[in-house]
Design a protein around this ligand. Structure first.
Ligand code: ATP
Ligand code: MG
Ligand code: MG
Length: 551
């Protein structure tokens, strides 16, 4: 069991409820639909939906869709799916920031009328120059003192489509000398002649993130607007809009530190690049740090929620070790995944002293601790073990099968290797063994047999494909590239090993897509969501049994 770390927002919410500031809390999860959700988003989802759940409130799903060129319905659908898969349900229908475009436009007009916004004709490059820097104050735009009438007229013509992209913007009139760059007359509207997935061609001006976010929160009655620390410096602007507009309520913004996970990319832009350039098979490739990737890899929603609980919520920067995420999935699968045997590199074994035609049905528990019933395993003269479990020249301490040595077949008899049959190249292609008929469920007389190996019957086992996944990046900080390189240079060339001709025990024949198992001695595996079919299963390795990295 992982222990939960602190979440500094819990006491804040509790105090707001105790004091009566809020009768009920309302949070929101506001993804931009420009990619699939990743493990970093899971932290935000668990936080926002989790607080609402814990304190009897509500959490909205809001698509932050102010950037139509990069957004797509595919992403909207995927985001809804992933949030539900993680185990959360938003209040009512999903919301869209674009639902509020009319209201936002009217509020922009009000700011113009109040002399608090102006149309600026500076090009983006010029505007950058006028903005100054952290060490130098900015300069007022030469268009800052336009009359209200002229601003209203120009803004109406911006909206009507009279001007090309980037030629004008609507800006708030705040303070070009503020030490906070966000307050240096920030942009409220840009011209973008772009089709929008929700509003079609209705608009050719689009509001900025800053002008959209807080007001959308206010319209939805959000009480606690929780975002990552990069937005801390935006908070004064968030509040400026709420103070200067007739909004229905004043949400409060809180910031927490984003999740950084070693060996892992958490940037939609880079994840998209991995997909677009074919480094992975898609957004849901089991090596991706997307929620749909983890799902296909075999992660459970519980394990990801537990992981988020374990890492806690605070304002300290840091990098979480991927070992914690792997611990979370091992921990959950250890408790819940039925056991089975699958031989990845089959080596045929003939039990020469076992009667021809005889079959015994062995009964093995599906789980060592939980009551999950049993599975049947036929034992007869021919079976498969893993080629790696026999060594002619064993290293010291080798506990598996050696010439003349004995080993126990899991849940079955003790066998002895009598003869190794080889092909012309000298490879072992078959073992002749004998079994001790007095060793089923008991130790042999007068000697100790230490090794236990897994096996499957030759008859009744099924051929399958097994995909051994490993970390996609070999460097703990994949974003950091060598001089002149990119994060792509840190891709682990051995992140996927496809094994065909593996053999799974008969009980796995009917595995349904997404069924999860522990393959004894091999790791945790899951029947692939897309490619696995009952009768012809494909198994993805979710995680090894133990941490095999870093010695
Ligand atoms: P990306 O950089 O991957 O595009 P983003 O923050 O731009 O991420 P959004 O779609 O805007 O992506 O994110 C939705 C919510 O998820 C935001 O509230 C954001 O703060 C949160 N979020 C995104 N990445 C992380 C992360 N690594 N850790 C915690 N929260 C995150
Ligand atoms: Mg964002
Ligand atoms: Mg982004």
């Amino acid at each position: 069991e992982g222990t939960a770390a602190a979440n500094f927002l819990r006491p804040i919410v509790q105090a707001d409820l105790d004091s009566g500031k809020h009768g009920k809390i309302v949070t929101r999860f506001p993804p931009e639909p420009n990619g699939y959700l990743h493990i970093g988003h899971a932290k935000s989802i668990c936080l926002n939906f989790g607080l609402a759940q814990e304190f009897g409130g509500e959490c909205n799903l809001r698509f932050d869709d102010t950037n139509p060129a990069k957004e797509d319905q595919e992403y909207i659908d995927a985001i809804e799916n992933d949030v539900k898969w993680l185990g959360f349900q938003w209040a009512g229908e999903p919301h869209y920031a674009s639902d509020y475009f009319d209201q936002l436009h009217d509020w922009a007009v009000e700011l113009i009328k109040a002399g608090k916004a102006f149309v600026c004709d500076l090009s983006p490059e010029q505007a950058r120059e006028y903005r100054g820097s952290l060490t130098e104050p900015g300069k007022n735009s030469p268009f800052r003192d336009r009359s209200v009438e002229e601003n209203l007229d120009l803004f109406a013509r911006m909206r009507a489509g009279e001007f090309p992209d980037g030629t004008r913007s609507l800006r708030a009139k705040i303070d070009m000398s503020s030490p906070n760059m966000n307050l240096r007359d920030p942009i409220l509207y840009r011209i973008r002649h772009a089709h929008h997935h929700q509003t079609g061609d209705k608009w050719c001006i689009y509001p900025s993130y800053d002008f959209t976010h807080g007001q959308s929160d206010a319209i939805e009655g959000i009480t606690h607007s929780i975002c990552t620390l990069e937005f801390e410096d935006h908070r004064p602007l968030y509040e400026w809009f709420l103070d200067n507009l007739p909004v229905p309520c004043k949400p409060r913004q809180y910031e927490f530190s984003r999740l950084n996970l070693n060996y892992t990319i958490t940037s939609k832009r880079k994840l998209k690049q991995l997909v677009d350039e074919g480094h992975v098979a898609g957004w849901d490739d089991p090596r991706m740090s997307t929620l749909s990737g983890y799902r296909r890899r075999g992660y459970t929603p519980e394990s990801i929620r537990n992981f988020c609980e374990m890492i806690g919520v605070n304002r300290a920067s840091g990098v979480v070790d991927i070992g914690m995420l792997e611990f979370a999935i091992r921990d959950h699968l250890d408790a819940t995944a039925p056991r089975a045997m699958c031989v990845l590199k089959p080596l045929k074994v003939v039990i020469t002293n076992y009667p021809e035609g005889k079959v015994e049905q062995l009964e093995l528990p599906r789980h060592p601790k939980q009551d999950m019933g049993v599975r049947m395993l036929p034992f007869s003269r021919e079976l498969y073990i893993d080629a790696g479990d026999f060594e002619e020249n064993p290293p010291a301490g080798y506990k598996r099968l050696v010439p003349g040595g004995e080993v126990r077949l899991r849940g079955s008899y003790v066998i002895r290797a009598d003869e190794a049959i080889k092909d012309e190249a000298g490879n072992v292609v078959e073992l002749r063994c004998s079994y001790d008929e007095n060793t089923l469920g008991k130790n042999p007389e007068g000697r100790k047999v230490k090794g236990v190996i897994h096996w499957v019957p030759a008859e009744g086992s099924i051929e399958c494909e097994v995909r051994l996944y490993d970390r996609l990046f070999r460097s703990p900080n994949p974003e950091k590239a060598e001089e002149g390189g990119s994060f792509l240079d840190n891709i682990n060339p051995e992140s996927l090993l496809v094994l065909k001709g593996c053999r799974a025990e008969p009980s796995l024949a009917q595995a349904q897509p997404e069924d999860r198992f522990q393959f004894e001695r091999e790791g945790y595996f899951c029947a692939d969501l897309k490619d696995s079919k009952p009768g012809a299963p494909v198994f993805n390795r979710t995680v090894t049994l133990r941490d095999s990295w870093g010695g």
